[in-house]
Write a protein that binds this ligand. Structure first.
Ligand code: ACM
Length: 652
């Protein structure tokens, strides 16, 4: 296919005959290439794509003709940069009229009802590209699809010579399934600089995400300047640098320097909000209360009901919760704001009035998750509050707190959003809910008339491991790409009217730097993007995975990190009738071979190929495996200790 792509485009004419839908456009390759036509690999899958004959060739002097130019200024600047940097071509933009512009961006005079606010129509002809939409957001998304039709080198951050800058001729009509297409980035557990957040935004807009949920406070850090509360950032933004497995770190000694972390000034936030807005992304702030609040309490201990809070420090990854009995956790320190203390509501009023000013997005997320109850259960102030307000249970105490917080949020002209635990003690009907523990909480909330965003752990927790724990950085749970791809935010029978959309969440306890944040986000971010944008009936795992491989190559050129974990084999273990270990190996994707060794040497394709369950030889210490596609290794070398397999198989 590459051969055809490079040699023939100049000979082909773009005729409106033999229109072919992309579904018909898959081919089998003899040379171990993935089974698909990767020349057209748009993620998320468009609503309708008709492939035409021929190719558009990008001229070295490009004219972009812009209709309502003021509205499209940022999109034009974006497109100019994306095209000019890798090609080195000259690009100018003009208002009509222009003779034969290369690219026309047109805001419809009469609205096209099918396209809505974010849809677009893209025509790539041999001589011209036209993107039409009702609104600027649609033009921006049309631009993203057009860029994905150009060769992968278009992702380069520097000029590349010798590339044939062509795109296949297509007609695309596209619009999103859902309006809320979010990614949550936890900048509290580890701090990510303003520049890194911009880098994250740059990657997400390629896949038509439109909401960046920033988790701005937690036990490990308070990340936003609040005027009049200077200790939040003087004290609350800093902890002790530790590396390894977060959660098991040794408690810092009093003299260890607290210089790891950081925060965004209000000017930084304005810059980020504007940067995101230019790319049609809204930033939703989250201040997580009443739990997850140790950074705020270390800054202002009077916000706690617990007198020992005067000695509390911002967490540096040491153990502060006992999860051995499940949720809710047992707090080893009291990381909750005190619902019985009026100072807390004064504090939150100050915080949320500034947050409301800084972030134009209508919703403020106030957390509400994983509140440890054990300190409240014993506290006299809480007991008094319960008596005074007629509260019978601790969840009702949280409900009292949430109602007060919602009053504050509403008084700032904003809408209240929180994690699904807030449903437990009863919450006002106007509260919007982010369903994370499973789909059911969200389905129930939608049925009860709450606005809901679906972000269930089972499909959308992209902090979880992507393959076996022997190769992945250790996290307490796993979520493979294929499972993420099954995400359906609005399943059959749901009260669809109230489900605003879906979101993937990147918690960063075990994510210490931006490269790892990218590794965790991609490719699962492709899967979630397709789950929230594309029509349900257009989703197809085989096609999606072929496109994913094409996008791996694009991310290589963009120098955006991604996880190759999908190529790693899946280990299964059981005991045979005579109690011996039986090891099964499988792959998440089709067409791969698995080679293995038990002799400590590195297997390649000349080693035994896995076909049936393996019984490890009596003295073997390690099973080494690697996947190939034909002659090419694609997976990573995995070293599985036999001892680990014995452990997984259970008692002999
Ligand atoms: C959460 O994952 N605690 C919302």
């Amino acid at each position: 296919m590459k051969f055809i792509f490079h040699i023939f485009p100049f000979l082909l004419l773009c005729l409106n005959v033999s229109a072919q839908t992309i579904e018909e456009n898959s081919e089998t390759f003899a040379n171990n290439e993935p089974i698909s036509n990767t020349e057209i690999a748009i993620i998320p899958e468009p609503v309708r794509l008709i492939k035409q004959t021929g190719h558009f060739i990008l001229p070295n002097n490009i004219t972009i003709q812009v209709g309502k130019s003021a509205e499209l200024k940022q999109t034009v600047a974006f497109l100019k940069e994306r095209l000019s940097v890798p090609t080195g071509y000259y690009i100018n933009s003009v208002n009509p009229p222009a003779t034969n512009p290369t690219i026309k961006l047109v805001i419809n005079d009469t609205e096209d009802a099918t396209l809505g606010n974010e849809g677009y129509h893209l025509t790539v002809g041999t001589k011209q590209v036209i993107i039409r939409a009702n609104k600027p957001a649609g033009i921006f998304y049309g631009v993203q699809s057009f860029i994905q039709l150009l060769p992968k080198e278009i992702e380069s951050k520097e000029e590349i010579k010798g590339v044939k800058w062509t795109a296949p001729c297509v007609e695309v009509t596209d619009y999103p399934r859902l309006g809320w297409r979010g990614l949550m980035f936890d900048v509290a557990r580890h701090f990510f600089t303003k520049q890194e957040v911009k880098q994250y935004i740059d990657a997400m807009v390629r896949y038509k995400y439109n909401i960046l949920h920033l988790h701005l406070s937690d036990d490990e850090g308070w990340r936003i300047e609040i005027k009049g509360l200077p200790k939040l950032t003087e004290v609350g933004a800093w902890n002790v640098k530790r590396e390894g497995t977060f959660g098991d770190f040794i408690t810092p000694k009093p003299n260890e320097p607290r210089n790891y972390g950081g925060f965004y000034t209000q000017e930084d936030i304005k810059e980020l909000v504007a940067y995101a807005k230019e790319r049609f992304v809204d930033i939703m702030p989250e201040i997580d209360v009443p739990g997850h609040s140790l950074a705020a309490i270390a800054s202002y201990p009077e916000l706690s009901c617990t007198p020992e809070a005067v000695n509390y420090k911002v967490r540096s990854g040491e153990k502060i919760m006992d999860w051995s009995r499940g949720a809710p956790p047992l707090g080893l320190v009291d990381n909750t704001l005190c619902p019985a203390n009026e100072k807390v509501y004064v504090f939150l009023d100050t915080v949320f009035s500034q947050i409301a000013q800084l972030f134009p997005f209508p919703y403020i997320h106030v957390g509400g998750d994983e509140v440890a109850r054990n300190f409240w259960e014993k506290n006299d102030q809480i007991k008094e509050l319960m008596k005074r307000e007629g509260l019978k249970t601790i969840p009702e105490v949280q409900a009292y707190f949430e109602k007060r917080v919602e009053q504050i949020i509403v008084s700032k002209g904003k809408k209240f959003m929180a994690w699904d635990e807030v449903l437990e003690g009863g919450v006002s009907p106007t509260a919007a809910v982010m369903s994370w523990r499973n789909m059911q909480h969200g389905l129930d909330a939608a049925k009860a008339g709450h606005e809901v965003v679906m972000t269930p752990t089972q499909y959308a927790y992209i902090d979880y491991m992507q393959a076996d724990a022997i190769t992945e950085p250790k996290v307490y749970a796993s979520l493979r790409l294929s499972k993420s791809y099954e995400f359906d935010p609005v399943p059959e029978g749901a009260n669809a009217k109230f489900i605003k959309g879906g979101q993937a969440n990147l918690w960063t306890e075990q994510v210490f730097n931006i490269r790892q944040a990218e590794y965790m986000t991609w490719p699962r971010g492709f899967a979630i993007a397709e789950s929230v944008w594309s029509p349900k009936e257009k989703k197809n795992w085989t096609t999606f995975f072929a496109k994913t491989e094409a996008h791996f190559k694009r991310l290589d050129i963009a120098e955006t990190k991604y996880a190759p974990s999908v190529y790693d084999p899946i280990f299964g273990v059981k005991r045979s009738a005579d109690r011996n270990l039986l090891v099964t190996l499988s792959t998440e994707v089709e067409g791969l071979d698995i080679y293995y060794s038990f002799d400590n040497s590195f297997p390649d394709r000349f080693y035994p190929k896995y076909t049936t369950p393996l019984v490890p030889p009596i003295d073997a210490k390690v099973l080494k495996v690697i996947t190939y596609r034909g002659k090419n290794p694609v997976g990573r070398m995995m070293n599985m200790p036999i001892e680990e397999l014995e452990k997984r198989a259970g008692k002999r």
